[in-house]
Design a protein. Structure first.
Length: 759
C-alpha cells in the first residue's frame, strides 16, 4: 500500500510522476535524475523512472538495478505506464527531446545551460511542447527567458547532500607523491568553458617553483582536453613555473573525497556554469573556492565562502557556434590576486569559509529541497495562472528616415499580438501612420514624458519596450518615467542603440542614465562590447545580449564576374569610408583592374550628409569615373535596396572608427547573400568568419584586399565557399522573424514572472 505522506506540499500520494532520462551511471544527468527520484519518493510521490536519452530509449544497467532496488522498482513501474496514465512527465536528457511528450503536464526538470545564447529550434520546441521548466540555477532561468522561452519557470536548484553519504578513502593518490604543502585543486573536463588557459596563465604569474604551492588538476582524457599540450607551452614560457600535477585516472567517489580533503582550496575559473557541482563537493569536504563572479555557481558561492574573480564578457567558444553568445572570460590579474590571497589566508579562516558554504548548501540544496520545489511548481501549474499575452507599448521613432524607426518596424512585424507604436511628434513622415501609431512625446531634453505616460495608462498597456538613444530623452525625465511604470507593475525593457558617449555632445553621458537603467527588467544590448561597458557601471543582472536583426531574404543567384560590381550601402555619413572607396576604385583602374561601384547611400537629415554626397560626386568626376560609379542617394524601400545590393558581387562596409554599437547597414549586406567585406573595427566583430576583413580603409590597403577577395569570388575558392556558409549560419540566428519571436517570448515570460511571482 502506498503511504499517503503529507508534507509542506500537501497530500502527494495521488501524484504519479513519470521521470525520464538517464539514471544508471556516473554521468551528471544520471546522478541528478536518480537523486531527484529518491527525493520525490521521500515526499510520498509515486515515481516511475524511465531510462532514455536524447537520441532514444535504452535499457539501464542490470548491475546498477541490482545494487539499487528502490530505483529498480521505479523503473519497473515506468515499463507499465505511459504519458496518458501519469499525472506529470518530466525529463532531463541531452540533447533535449520534448516533441514526443504527451502528458497533461510536461516539464524539463532542473535544466542546465551555460552560455548566453540558446538554440532557436530548442526554444521553439520548448514553447510548443512543454508546460513549464525548472532550472538548475538563477543563471539558467535568465538565459532561458532572454532567449524567448515564454513558459512558466522556476529555479529548482541542484541537490548536493548525496556527497554526505560518501565515505572518504583512508588513503589518497596524493599520499604517494612528493608535493608542496599548499595544494590548489582544479576538477574539470578541461573544456574551454572551464577556463584552463586562464587557470594556467594565472598560476604561472602567481607562483614560481620557490613557492610552497602545488596545482592538482583532476581531469580525464577527451577530444577537447589539451592539458599536456597546454602544460608544455606553459613551461616553455615560464621555466620556473610552480608545481603542477595532472591526475587522469578514474577515481571512485571515496577517492575523490579524499583528494578534496588533502587540498586547501578548489579553483574553478569557469567561463560559464549551470551550477558547478565540484565546488559544492569541495565546500562539503571542508575547503573553500576560488571561482568566477558570474553564472550558476553564484546561487551558493558568495564573498563569505569564496574568492569571486572578476571577468569580462567575450564571445563564447562552444561547438554550437551561436553568435552572438557571451560567457565570462577571467581577468587574469584578479585570479592571480585570489590565488595569492587564498594562500595567505589562515587555515582557520579557510575552514570558516568552507563551513559557511556548507551551511548554505545543506540548508537550501538537499535533494529533498529540489523535490519539494518541483512539487510546489507542479501544484502551481495545476492552479490558476495568469498566462495572458501582454499588451505591449513600443516607444520609438516611427515612419521617418531613421535607422531605429526601420529597426522597430522590422522587429515588431513578427509579433503575433501587434504592439502599439508610441512615437514622437515628427514632420516629414514617409507615409500615413498606421492605426496603432500614437504620437505622444517629443525627442529631446524638454519633454517630461507625461503625455506618454498618460497614453500608456489610457491604453491599458502592461509591457513597454523603449528604444533608447542618447538624444531621445533627458536622464531625469526617463528616470521618473521608469519609476512610475515599475510602480504600476509594468514590465519595462530598454533596447539600447549606443553605449559610447557621443563626442559631439559632451553633456550626454551614459553614467547619467544608469540609475534609470538599473530599474528596468531587461536592457537589450547589441554587442558584447556593450555588455562590458554596462558591466563597468555595475549593470549585469538585467542585461541581455540581443543582436540587431536582418531581413529574411531569399538567396540570390550567383553571378559570373566580367567586370565586377562593388556596392556600398547605408546612410551617407563621413565615417562610412565612402571617399576612401572612391579613391580605391580609381587606383584599381590605374593598376589595370576595372570595377564598377554602386553607392547606395541615402542622405541623412543633417547638413554634412548632403555636403558629403556633393563631395563624392565631385570626386568621381575629378577621377574620370562617371562611367564606373553610380551614386544613389534617395532613401529607398527595403526591397529596392536589397535588389541593388544583390545586383553586385561584393558589398563593402569599410568604416572608420565609430561609437556605434552595431551596424544596421551591414546586415543588409549579409541578408542579401552576397559576399561582404568590412574593416577590422569592433562594430563588425560579431560577424566572425562570415565576412572578409581589411585592416582599415586606407585606399592602398583597400586595393590589395579587393584584388584578393575578388579573386576568391571569381574562382569560387574553398575560402569563398567557407565564408558564404558561415554567413548563411549567421543569418539563420539573426533574422527578424526569429528575433521577433524571441523578444515576444521574452516579454511574455517576464510578464508571467511578475504576475505569478515566478511560479
Amino acid at each position: 500500500m502506498v503511504s499517503k505522506k503529507r508534507g509542506i506540499t500537501g497530500d502527494n500520494s495521488e501524484i504519479l510522476w513519470l521521470m525520464e532520462g538517464p539514471f544508471d551511471s556516473s554521468y551528471s544527468l544520471a546522478l541528478l535524475n536518480r537523486e531527484i527520484a529518491r527525493g520525490m519518493s521521500a515526499q510520498g510521490i509515486r515515481v516511475a523512472l524511465f531510462s532514455t536519452e536524447g537520441p532514444g530509449n535504452f535499457d539501464p544497467s542490470p548491475i546498477f538495478l541490482d545494487a539499487n532496488p528502490e530505483l529498480a522498482a521505479m523503473n519497473e513501474l515506468a515499463k507499465v505506464i505511459g504519458h496518458d496514465e501519469a499525472t506529470i512527465a518530466s525529463r532531463n536528457l541531452y540533447p533535449p527531446r520534448v516533441e514526443d511528450m504527451s502528458c497533461a503536464i510536461n516539464l524539463m526538470h532542473s535544466y542546465a545551460w551555460e552560455e548566453s545564447a540558446f538554440p532557436s529550434q530548442w526554444v521553439r520546441n520548448f514553447n510548443k511542447y512543454l508546460t513549464g521548466i525548472t532550472c538548475l540555477s538563477t543563471h539558467v532561468m535568465k538565459v532561458m527567458r532572454d532567449n524567448g522561452v515564454n513558459l512558466p519557470m522556476t529555479v529548482s536548484g541542484c541537490g548536493v547532500d548525496h556527497w554526505e553519504r560518501v565515505e572518504e578513502s583512508s588513503t589518497s593518490i596524493l599520499d604517494l607523491m612528493s608535493l608542496k604543502s599548499f595544494k590548489f585543486l582544479h576538477i574539470s573536463s578541461f573544456f574551454p568553458r572551464k577556463g584552463p588557459d586562464a587557470l594556467l596563465e594565472a598560476w604561472a604569474k602567481a607562483f614560481t617553483d620557490l613557492d610552497d604551492v602545488c596545482l592538482v588538476i583532476k581531469t580525464f582524457p577527451n577530444p577537447h582536453n589539451r592539458v599536456h599540450e597546454q602544460l608544455a607551452l606553459l613551461r616553455a614560457r615560464y621555466p620556473s613555473c610552480a608545481q603542477i600535477l595532472v591526475i587522469e585516472e578514474d577515481l571512485s567517489d571515496s577517492d575523490l573525497k579524499a583528494l578534496y580533503k588533502r587540498c586547501q582550496v578548489i579553483v574553478a575559473p569557469s567561463y560559464a556554469e549551470g551550477f558547478c557541482l565540484p565546488i559544492a563537493e569541495a565546500m562539503l569536504s571542508g575547503i573553500p573556492a576560488i571561482t568566477t563572479g558570474w553564472s550558476g555557481q553564484l546561487d551558493f558561492c558568495t564573498t563569505e565562502n569564496s574568492w569571486l574573480v572578476d571577468y569580462s564578457f567575450e564571445q563564447a567558444d562552444t561547438h554550437f557556434k551561436l553568435k552572438p553568445s557571451a560567457w565570462a572570460a577571467i581577468d587574469i590579474d584578479s585570479l592571480v590576486d585570489a590565488m595569492r590571497s587564498a594562500c595567505k589566508t589562515s587555515p582557520q579562516q579557510r575552514k570558516k569559509m568552507a563551513l559557511a558554504g556548507r551551511k548554505v548548501l545543506l540548508n537550501q540544496f538537499r535533494w529533498v529541497n529540489v523535490a519539494e520545489r518541483l512539487i510546489v511548481f507542479y501544484r502551481k501549474l495545476k492552479g490558476p495562472l495568469d498566462i495572458s499575452i501582454p499588451k505591449v507599448g513600443w516607444i520609438s521613432t516611427a515612419n521617418t528616415k531613421c535607422g531605429i524607426a526601420k529597426y522597430s518596424e522590422h522587429l515588431m512585424r513578427g509579433f503575433q499580438n501587434s504592439p502599439y507604436m508610441l512615437a514622437p511628434h515628427a514632420d516629414n513622415l514617409l507615409e500615413a501612420d498606421s492605426k496603432n501609431c500614437i504620437r505622444c512625446w517629443r525627442i529631446g531634453d524638454g519633454d517630461n514624458l507625461k503625455d506618454l505616460a498618460d497614453a500608456i495608462k489610457k491604453l491599458g498597456l502592461d509591457t513597454l519596450v523603449i528604444q533608447w538613444n542618447y538624444g531621445f530623452f533627458h536622464h531625469d525625465h526617463l528616470m521618473l518615467f521608469i519609476q512610475q511604470q515599475k510602480k504600476a507593475g509594468r514590465v519595462v525593457v530598454v533596447d539600447m542603440h549606443a553605449t559610447v558617449d557621443p563626442p559631439e555632445n559632451v553633456e550626454k553621458k551614459l553614467i547619467n542614465f544608469i540609475p534609470a537603467l538599473n530599474l528596468v527588467d531587461r536592457i537589450l544590448l547589441h554587442s558584447i562590447d556593450d555588455m562590458n561597458r554596462l558591466k563597468s557601471y555595475g549593470l549585469v543582472e538585467n542585461i541581455a545580449l540581443f543582436p540587431l536583426g536582418i531581413l529574411d531574404v531569399p538567396a540570390p543567384e550567383q553571378m559570373q564576374l566580367a567586370i565586377p560590381t562593388i556596392v556600398t550601402f547605408g546612410f551617407c555619413l563621413p565615417h562610412k569610408g565612402l571617399e576612401q572607396t572612391v579613391d580605391a576604385v580609381a587606383q584599381l583602374r590605374d593598376s589595370g583592374e576595372r570595377v564598377n561601384l554602386l553607392m547606395v547611400n541615402a542622405l541623412y537629415p543633417i547638413d554634412y550628409s548632403a555636403e558629403l554626397a556633393q563631395s563624392l560626386q565631385a570626386r568621381v568626376e575629378a577621377y574620370g569615373l562617371v562611367d564606373q560609379v553610380k551614386i544613389e542617394s534617395r532613401f529607398l524601400q527595403d526591397h529596392e535596396s536589397l535588389a541593388l545590393i544583390q545586383s553586385a558581387d561584393l558589398a563593402l562596409f569599410v568604416y572608420s572608427p565609430t561609437s556605434e554599437s552595431a551596424s544596421a547597414a551591414v546586415r543588409y549586406g549579409i541578408a542579401s547573400g552576397k559576399p561582404v567585406m568590412v574593416t577590422d573595427q569592433s562594430i563588425f566583430s560579431e560577424f566572425g568568419d562570415a565576412v572578409w576583413r581589411v585592416k582599415n580603409n586606407d585606399p592602398a590597403l583597400l586595393v590589395t584586399a579587393l584584388k584578393e577577395v575578388l579573386g576568391h569570388i571569381r574562382s569560387n575558392s574553398q575560402e569563398h565557399q567557407k565564408k558564404l556558409k558561415a554567413a548563411e549560419a549567421w543569418k539563420d540566428q539573426h533574422t527578424f522573424s526569429w528575433l521577433s519571436e524571441r523578444l515576444e517570448g521574452m516579454l511574455q515570460g517576464l510578464n508571467f514572472d511578475i504576475r505569478n511571482k515566478g511560479a
